[in-house]
Write a protein that binds this ligand. Structure first.
Ligand code: SF4
Length: 343
């Protein structure tokens, strides 16, 4: 079974969306007028730039746009290329782009087993637009194709009166309750507090009723400034997939463009003890894959999977094993490298 070599979080420059969720960054900044970007690099070029050989092994790519990721015109061809290289791929989606799902699910089954969809379940918007059954159909489609998936709710105060209705809707259709993330208030970019008018205890009590390990873990590390040695920059990175600019993390001390000369090696430089963020707000991915090994975070697979009432699971066995692996199983920790020189 493959183990994760690097986690490549990709910025997809799509800033428009077909939904208008009020808690979304795009809505808060009124960016819906943005057109779709042009991607000037062919999928063949992307495949060579991001080959297993150049990246050192099998990587997990995360495709997440500021708007709806599935609106990216080149998505299916880029995805097929990365899967064809043997990598694993996660796509964040609002679950409404039916035709794009059909396009993506044409890949061979052994490649689709390495494809994971993170469905953001925007219940009130879907209900208002009469898209709830369309969303359910798309979840079924990816499940039937052998892909893995998770369903996640962005908690907001406006949803609270509908929680029983949401649970009653989800259990028979998805086999389990959605996971819960933690929404940041993007209007306060420095501190990125939780987007709610509840106090922390009220917030936790309300959303804990979904028994989501994702929510519990995110809350346990939310707001904590990290000062340990972080391997982001080497074991993980943030890549602008359209242009090749690569950063250590969202706020980076060292940047490079990895498309300028794809024959040259990529320089992987860890951020170390110099994390620039007030807190690791995507800790559920970075810390669970183990960029700070000493933290012993739960595995990413345990935060994304659900075991359904009929015994099936949201993650297939291949994805569950891969997402359960840790970065220090395929990489050497910097402390160990230093010790070798000392001895
Ligand atoms: S602690 Fe988190 S936010 Fe900071 S550099 Fe590491 S991965 Fe990035």
């Amino acid at each position: 079974m493959d183990k994760i070599k690097r986690f490549i979080d990709c910025h997809i420059p799509v800033e428009t969306c077909n939904l208008r969720c009020h808690y979304c960054y795009i809505t808060q900044h009124r960016r819906f007028a943005a057109g779709l970007p042009r991607f000037s690099f062919t999928s063949d070029f992307i495949g060579r730039a991001l080959s297993k050989e150049r990246l050192g092994g099998v990587c997990l790519f995360n495709f997440c746009a500021g708007g709806e990721t599935m609106l990216m015109p080149e998505l299916a061809s880029y995805a097929a290329t990365l899967l064809g290289q043997g990598h694993f791929l996660m796509i964040v989606t609002n679950g409404t782009a039916g035709k794009r799902f059909d396009e993506m699910l044409k890949s061979p089954k052994m490649e689709l087993e390495r494809l994971f969809f993170k469905f953001s379940f925007h219940f009130l918007e879907l209900k208002k637009r009469n898209l709830l059954s369309h969303f359910v159909e798309n979840v079924q489609k990816v499940k039937n194709a052998g892909c893995s998936f998770t369903i996640e709710i962005t908690p907001c105060d406006e949803l609270v009166p509908y929680l029983d209705e949401i649970k009653a809707f989800c259990l028979p259709r998805f086999g389990a309750l959605p996971h819960i993330t933690v929404a940041r208030d993007e209007r306060k970019p420095g501190e990125l507090p939780i987007l709610t008018s509840c106090n922390k205890d009220e917030y936790v009590n309300i959303w804990n009723t979904f028994n989501s390990d994702l929510f519990s873990y995110k809350m346990s590390v939310f707001g904590i400034k990290r000062s340990e040695f972080c391997h982001a920059g080497d074991w993980s990175c943030y890549l602008h997939i359209a242009i090749g600019d690569m950063f250590q993390c969202y706020k980076s001390n060292y940047n490079q463009n990895i498309y300028k000369d794809i024959e040259s090696p990529i320089e992987f430089v860890p951020i170390g003890n110099n994390c620039n963020e007030n807190h690791c707000y995507n800790a559920h991915a970075f810390l669970s894959f183990g960029v700070i090994p000493e933290l012993n975070a739960p595995s990413y697979s345990s935060l994304r999977n659900r075991i359904c009432e009929d015994g099936t699971e949201w993650l297939n066995p291949i994805m569950k094993s891969f997402m359960g692996s840790k970065l220090n199983e395929s990489n050497q920790e910097y402390a160990s490298v230093e010790n070798e020189h000392v001895g």
